[in-house]
Write a protein that binds this ligand. Structure first.
Ligand SMILES: Nc1ncnc2c1ncn2[C@@H]1O[C@H](COP(=O)(O)OP(=O)(O)OP(=O)(O)O)[C@@H](O)[C@H]1O
Ligand SMILES: [Mg+2]
Length: 497
């Protein structure tokens, strides 16, 4: 038998040294568990792991969802960017859609990996979610901890930081722009949770189909507006250099039904800017106006329609009271102009302001002064070019080859007919011949009516409109607001008759 008693002296000594060493390690370990904090233990264990692992040629960047309490922009950008990188071999995906989103949004599931190639570099993304553990309070939030891990060869570190990550951020921004649902903010819309209008505005998705392709207007004017907007959005540095607020004002004027509101929608759709539709008649004081305007966001279009009727600006000097609690705080033209020129516009970026009117001649000169509204755009009656576009959009034809084209061309050039009127005629039927026949009859009728008006046989359209506007001004403000809305929707029709 081999027992401790039979062992040679030296072996028995070694055995007892080993036994006491093992006992001390156990003791130190249990003391360590008790006295060394979790963080330090975990640091020591990863340091030991690092020292004894073979050197890796890969570097992994950990991109947490939060940086402190704020969201990490790199994480958000990665989430958006990786949606475009999902390969057919991916096994699990997350799908979601909120009521305001047009399309499904797809994201990778936890644990999934996505490979990406940038120039000659290969990069591997991994989406990691760590469930919270009861005794593990070393990160805040209490919920799941989410991060992306980006791994690549160490030699690419500088290029990843200097070029790849900025590329991912820029790409994510343009994806978001492409997917952006444009909103129409109005103070009458019901407010939703994600309206972000500071509790002042409700919003709906702008689903106005108008684009520059559907606008029947002079092509040179169209090009001028597009060029102007493009120049505006790329001139951030220029505005800073010359010390001007980064804003641009457009005044759209012209008869009812010539496309002022449609053009606003086309501009918003082109720039992907939200619209804030402001009814001045619902605002009673300059301080109200200030609060409301301060709650609008950057990259947006502030619209004030029918500026000539919304506020009797020309009556500024006559001390018009808008039922304000005290006259010093009532809404005035100078209050509005202060915002256009001053404080409000300089605390926001990329703001567009659009005023519309049917009567440019009735506007207060202060509004027309150079530098106030940068661009004045006259939307006018339908031309042959406009008609061609409408015929192609509404009837799907190249009208030039139709037997009635010559007659229509002559009538359009000699009649004050609005694009809205032409569009209405073209919409009446899908039969091209019947539609164009109807248009010819309509144009002839309108033409002879205009001749009668010119000869004083009937009251002309302008006098009718003038009377309607006078009626509006004589009403108390509350009625005026209601009537204005009725007039606005009915006015297009009114001008047709
Ligand atoms: N230039 C145009 N090109 C294409 N469609 C137009 C144009 N002008 C008007 N329309 C058609 O007529 C409808 C009414 O036009 P819109 O509301 O834009 O006119 P408006 O100038 O804003 O009129 P109002 O002065 O009454 O507000 C539009 O929905 C559109 O279908
Ligand atoms: Mg309009």
């Amino acid at each position: 038998m081999f027992s401790q008693a039979n062992m040679p002296q030296s072996v028995s000594g070694l055995f007892s040294v080993y036994a006491s060493l093992a006992a001390s390690v156990m003791l130190v370990r249990s003391m360590a568990n008790e006295f060394i904090p979790y963080e330090l233990r975990s640091y020591l264990s990863s340091a030991i792991h690092y020292l004894f692992s073979p050197l890796s040629s890969n570097l992994t960047l950990v991109i947490d969802e939060y940086s402190g309490i704020t969201r990490n922009q790199v994480y958000d950008a990665a989430e958006t960017y990786l949606r475009t990188k999902i390969s057919p071999s991916t096994d699990r995906l997350k799908v979601s859609k909120t009521p305001r989103q047009k399309n499904f949004s797809i994201a990778i599931e936890k644990g999934e990996e996505v490979n990406d190639f940038y120039e000659d570099m290969k990069l591997k993304w991994r989406y990691v979610c760590i469930e919270p553990q009861n005794n593990n309070h070393h990160y805040s939030g209490g919920g799941e901890k989410r991060c992306f891990e980006l791994s690549f060869n160490k030699k690419y570190k500088d290029r990843v930081m200097g070029s790849y990550l900025p590329f991912v951020m820029a790409r994510a921004n343009s994806i978001k722009e492409e997917e952006k649902v444009i909103k129409l903010y109005n103070r009458d819309c019901p407010m939703g949770d994600d309206d972000g209008g500071g509790g002042m505005w409700g919003s709906i998705n702008l689903e106005h189909p108008a684009t520059f392709d559907t606008m029947a207007m002079d092509s040179a004017l169209k090009k001028m507006i597009i060029d102007d907007m493009e120049m505006f959005v790329r001139r951030k540095e220029f505005y800073k250099k010359v010390g001007k607020a980064w804003k641009r004002g457009y005044l759209l004027y012209g008869p009812p039904g010539t496309g002022k509101s449609s053009l606003i929608a086309a501009m918003a759709n082109y720039l992907k800017f939200d619209i804030y539709d402001l009814e001045l008649t619902s605002i009673y004081s300059n301080s109200d106006l200030r609060r409301i305007l301060l709650s609008t966001t950057n990259r947006s279009i502030l619209v004030i329609e029918d500026i000539d009727c919304s506020v009797e600006m020309q009556d500024r000097q006559q001390n018009v009271d808008f039922e304000a609690p005290c006259s010093s705080s009532r809404l005035t033209l100078s209050g509005i102009l202060n915002f256009i020129d001053g404080l409000w516009s300089s605390c926001g970026d990329e703001r567009i302001i659009i005023f519309t009117t049917n009567h440019k001649d009735r506007l207060d000169p202060a509004l027309l002064r150079p530098g106030r509204m940068d661009v004045h755009i006259n939307l006018s009656y339908c031309t042959t070019q406009g008609f061609n576009l409408l015929a192609s959009n509404y009837l799907g034809i190249q009208c030039k080859y139709h037997r009635l084209y010559g007659e229509i061309e002559g009538l359009i050039e000699n009649t004050n007919v609005t694009p809205a009127e032409v569009a209405e005629e073209l919409m009446k039927t899908e039969d091209v011949d019947i539609a164009l026949d109807g248009l010819v009859k309509f144009l002839k009728r309108k033409n002879s009516q205009a001749k009668d008006e010119a000869n004083g046989k009937v009251e002309d359209q302008e006098t009718k409109r003038q009377k309607l506007d006078d009626d509006k001004k004589s009403l108390p403000i509350k009625n005026k607001r209601r009537i204005l809305r009725t007039v606005r929707t009915a006015r297009g029709r009114y001008s047709l008759r």
